[in-house]
Design a protein around this ligand. Sequence first.
Ligand code: 5GP
Ligand code: ZN
Length: 113
Amino acid sequence: MSDCIFCKIIAGEIPSTKVYEDDKLLAFRDINPQAPVHILIIPKTHYDSVNALDEKSAPIVADIMLLAAKLAKENGLDSGYRIITNIGDDGGQTVKHLHFHLLGGVKLSEKMA
Ligand code: 5GP
Ligand code: ZN
């Protein structure tokens, strides 16, 4: 997707603070952190959101969950953290490339919406 910010980050056309990379996934620090630790985890393949996944592609979400737990541990989030994915305009999704927020380092709000 040539006009997608996160595809540009994957391609190295936009700089980012990377915390993990392999052939399928990239994790980098959010430019506007909402918590002391705020990492975005994205698949290198472009999917607009969870809505674009199918049975073949959905296992990438399991890979992302395992990476989130690993990064949480590496970042000292032993007392807990939150994983969020926003979908569509009402879900607050501003970047239309599937991504999961890993948030922690503070007692997070109990409000969900
Ligand atoms: P959304 O609102 O779509 O769930 O989350 C998009 C996130 O991407 C936001 O938290 C926003 O701060 C972050 N973001 C947007 N553009 C950039 C960028 O160019 N670099 C980084 N590191 N984060 C970005
Ligand atoms: Zn993309």
